[in-house]
Design a protein around this ligand. Structure first.
Ligand SMILES: [Cu+2]
Length: 314
């Protein structure tokens, strides 16, 4: 959810800078215009690239194109009222930032995604503040003088920053809570129906959580879900696609309860199931370790096409 919020903040602040440059274009020298276009292109590229990389993890091509596109657009629009040089500067920085941001988003481990978004947002907001200050110096301090006042008063500056991040955190938590509740509810209804249907002794002692994952070309639905350490899970892979798909969990330690082909019950086994087109397959296991784990399809090129997701075990 913080992806959406961060995206909105980035867009609003970028638009403020772009509009400011456009209005004051006659007073802005080529040098300053180039600096601003470069800074905004790079910042938007990096931040939107990071968000795209996280949002479309597993599809680096798409997230790179998206990140580069946003960076390009920001650099281009900022440089446009100034000069061709400013456009070139902005566009190239935007492309570079977008590419690097997307790679960062793709590579960062799931448990650090939120922290990384926050770090990037701090850099973004801070840099935009400096850019606006620079623009003010360039064009005179008449308008938007409140920014000037803030910058010349460290106490006021700190208050504005703290207020911003407090609001951001607060909004984020509120949104996250709503999200979690809906996930919890859907899982609860799953496990209740499951308990009614199956009568094995294990289901009486501990509620089994039933998770259905649908696989198509080339995506999982849902692409993230939650499990609890020690709670038995029935994982069903429903293949609604036209080719064979499977699901494998990276480094997730479990105790397998039963699987159609293998009879052994040792701990620390990996979870892997495959399903033919139009069929379902299921596996039962107990998660033994908490963490965030990635799952993906092992059929060649499917992971790269987007068949990736995350499970949070807590
Ligand atoms: Cu697949």
């Amino acid at each position: 959810m913080s992806i959406l919020l961060t995206g909105i903040i980035v867009t609003i602040l970028s638009l403020i800078v772009i509009v400011f440059v456009f209005i004051k274009r006659k007073k802005i020298t080529c040098m300053v215009g180039m600096m601003v276009a470069m800074a905004l292109g790079m910042l938007v590229g990096l931040t939107d690239g990071l968000l795209a990389g996280i949002l479309y993890s597993g599809n680096l091509f798409f997230s790179t194109v998206l990140g580069m596109g946003f960076g390009f657009l920001a650099g281009f629009l900022t440089g446009l009222p100034i000069s061709v040089m400013a456009i070139i500067d902005g566009v190239l920085s935007g492309i570079m930032g977008g590419m690097m941001g997307a790679m960062l988003g793709e590579m960062i481990s799931p448990q650090h995604q939120n922290s990384m978004i926050r770090v990037m947002l701090v850099i973004f907001v801070g840099m935009i503040g400096i850019v606006l200050y620079m623009l003010q110096q360039e064009t005179g301090f008449n308008r938007l003088s409140f920014i000037n006042k803030i910058f010349h008063n460290p106490l006021l500056l700190s208050i504005v920053f703290l207020l911003f991040f407090y609001t951001y955190n607060h909004l984020n938590n509120t949104l996250d809570q709503g999200h979690n509740v809906s996930i919890k509810n859907s899982h609860m209804s799953h496990s209740m129906t499951n308990n009614k249907l199956s009568g094995s002794p294990l289901n009486f002692s501990t509620k089994t959580k039933k998770v259905v994952i649908e696989a198509t070309e080339f995506a999982y639905f849902p692409k993230d879900f939650k499990l609890t350490v020690g709670q038995p899970v029935t994982l069903i892979l429903k293949n609604s696609g036209e080719v064979e798909h499977d699901i494998e969990f990276e480094n997730m330690k479990v105790s397998l309860l039963q699987q159609s082909h293998h009879g052994n019950h040792s701990k620390n086994q990996t979870v892997h199931i495959h399903s033919l087109p139009g069929k379902t397959a299921e596996i039962r296991f107990i998660p033994v370790e908490s963490g965030v784990f990635r799952f993906y399809c092992t059929v060649p090129r499917h992971k790269e096409s987007g068949m990736v997701g995350f499970v949070e075990v807590s």
